[in-house]
Write a protein that binds this ligand. Structure first.
Ligand SMILES: Cc1cc2nc3c(=O)[nH]c(=O)nc-3n(C[C@H](O)[C@H](O)[C@H](O)COP(=O)(O)O)c2cc1C
Length: 241
């Protein structure tokens, strides 16, 4: 299923996706710094800028960062020329109180970074699949910083070199319908209260079901193809998607 858009939004938002076939060749340090600059200019609560990026692009640093990836992510991100870890300070520097918006702000920052990277011809792919506890220990990250995710970055590479396991999912992902995320006061009350008419409730459940099907149909299709046809040919993938 292809992405569909109801409105004419920024091209870069339409085009960006999280590829896994990342070219292993190094990329200029200036480009890495430029995407960091985009991350730097994200808005944040009290302008605290809680995000921190550990950026590895030299061999020794990459070797250590790779060692945190889980087995599945290692299969495709293991050769990426840049690996990052996104951290976020969970206390306000201004008063040492807890900053409960820190991950929200770090998320915005990484979103800005992704778009700048795409504009410069780079793929960035977020990863929750890594050993954050070991990273905390080995990198000596204190508890006042949350470890949020890792990111692989590089130019788009050669699909033939990507493990066939990932071929069926190597494409832009679809999204849930707009109506399932853009709620109004009545519909949110309806979800959380029992005083909602059956018809309204059914209407919301239909959207929920629609979102569920869209989400899991691509997942199930990918799993089935990977399991039933282990040597899933690349040209078939191109034909289908
Ligand atoms: C916080 C975060 C964690 C993610 N973790 C993983 C991961 O461990 N492995 C992976 O292959 N993709 C991971 N992804 C990629 C998502 O699956 C992907 O962004 C999502 O399916 C939407 O697809 P798109 O980015 O191509 O639009 C992660 C993305 C984010 C933002």
């Amino acid at each position: 299923m292809a992405r569909t858009f109801n409105y004419n939004i920024l091209e870069i938002i339409k085009e960006r996706w999280s590829a896994r076939a990342i070219d292993q060749n190094p990329i200029p340090v200036d480009d890495i710094k430029a995407v960091m600059e985009a991350a730097r200019y994200a808005p944040s609560c009290f302008n605290e800028q809680p995000w921190r990026y550990i950026v590895a692009y030299e061999n020794d640093d990459l070797t250590l960062m790779r060692s945190f990836l889980n087995e599945k992510n290692m299969k495709w991100a293991g050769k990426a020329p840049v690996l990052m870890m996104v951290l976020s300070s969970n206390v306000f520097h201004r008063n040492q109180k807890a900053n409960k918006w820190n991950q929200f702000d770090a998320g915005t920052s990484w979103g800005f970074m992704q778009l700048e990277a795409w504009k410069r011809g780079y793929v960035t792919h977020g990863m929750a699949g890594f050993n954050a506890d070991r990273a905390r220990e080995e990198l000596n990250i204190q508890e006042d910083h949350d470890i949020i995710c890792m990111v692989a970055m590089g130019r788009y590479g050669n699909l033939e070199e990507l493990d066939p396991l990932f071929h069926p999912i190597e494409r832009p992902n679809e999204r849930n319908p707009l109506e399932s995320m853009m709620l109004n006061v009545k519909s949110i009350r309806c979800i959380t209260s029992k005083k909602c008419s059956l018809i309204k409730r059914l209407h919301l459940y239909v959207f929920e079901l629609q979102s569920f099907i869209i989400h899991y149909s691509s997942f199930i299709r990918a799993e089935l193809t990977a399991r039933l046809i282990p040597s899933y040919p690349v040209h078939l993938h191109k034909l289908l998607f």
